[in-house]
Write a protein that binds this ligand. Sequence first.
Ligand code: CU
Length: 498
Amino acid sequence: MLNRRRVLTLGGLTVGGAAAGLLLPKGTPPHVQPLADAHMGGQLAGTDMAGMMHHTGAVPAAAPPPPVTPFTTAMPVSPVLRPVARSSTTDFYRLAIRPANLEIFPGTTTPLLTYGGLFPGPTIRARTGRAVQIVYTNGLADGSNVHLHGGYTPQDSDGYSMDIVSPGASRTYRYPNLQQGATLWYHDHAMGFEADHLYRGLQGFYVLEDDAEAGLRLPSGEFDVPIMLRDAHFDENAQLVSDWPAPRETVLTNGKIQPYFPVAARKYRFRLLNAANERLFKLNLDGAELIRIGSDGGLLPAPVPETELSVASGERTDFVVDFGKVGVGKQLVLSEATAGPVLRFDVVRSAPDPSRVPAVLRPLPALPPATVTRDITMSFDFSGATPLALMNGKTFDPDRVDYRIKRGTTEIWRIHNADAAPLDHTFHVHLVQFHVVDRGGKPLLPVDAGRKDTVFVAAGESVAVQATFGDYLGKYVFHCHFIEHSVMGMMGQLEIVP
Ligand SMILES: [Cu+2]
């Protein structure tokens, strides 16, 4: 029987190919070859694929990456992208999708795919009610596109999986920003390539702010800090290795390994994004209070003090830390349950603090009663020579519309993870923010609160969500945001119709 290490060795040629976007030959239009024909490699038949798909970091890589001394690199904060022009209604931007060699391990560089030569990409700061247009130019050798994750976006700007920007081409994405303030993010979503493209760095923040939120006097400006957490597997030369489902033992915090971040002794707002392809992060800050204020779709109704944050791939959680309670000269370490320390905050100076965390943040009105209920099942099928990743028993087919939804309809989707541990999933649907209304009859998780576009569904679990579908017509996808599952076929599509 093949053991785990043996399978990892094979992985570079088989599953690794899938993770590298080699489900399809390079240069082949993604729609030419159904995902079910993916070159997953018959060599994997009979191996414990399910057992492998759980990243615990327990199995060391054959050749470990270069050592990094913890807390010797400052955590960068991605710069805010400057508009190239402004009109009375719209901010205009340009952004290149291109390769870049960036320093992750001190003293050497790692080839990445980037937005604007940065990882994470530059942060786009937008205002509710004010439109944004971004011209993206694809400087990659493969097709690419851009999805605004969590955005209420017209179909032709959604980054629909089959709507590809060809190598060398440019595309204008238009975001009307007709939704409340929220920590959104932008990332690649090109059919067949998205797992590899996200893994190699095509990710950035899109922070939407609104007037009501600004009036709350939450920490803002330099005290409002996006933090992108993700994991990766590097070889001894600091090169990214795509050998999913091998463990990815290195966590990157805004693109650096175990950085430190100097802070003032006052309140900060952090916008935490789990941008890992496939991971559940459980975080604590040396037991300090983490005041949760926001979820995927914006502010919670009221702040929730916690000491641990659980955030799965694709989810965001906004929280406030009051370093004024810690004191100058002290440090707090943000640690992850399996990865250990990922970031150290050094309280280095005092500062005035006019910010506050009000007891009431933003109402969460109930949605209209649902008139349609659907059951959606995510599962793997290991019975054949090639493992299949399924949504409702089928792999994704761009020519099949799974659900036609009349615009404005409120629906309940009961989402089932039919797999056994450790095969967890996260469910993401484009276009809408939903409310989590049930978690198998058990109490909802803290991270389920507020408006959501991505929800964690552990092995064997069922989660019900309620959403009102808006006015934009056309096809949008829903999928597992453990993105290798998605690229293997765990994706479906809806069509909003008049
Ligand atoms: Cu999944």
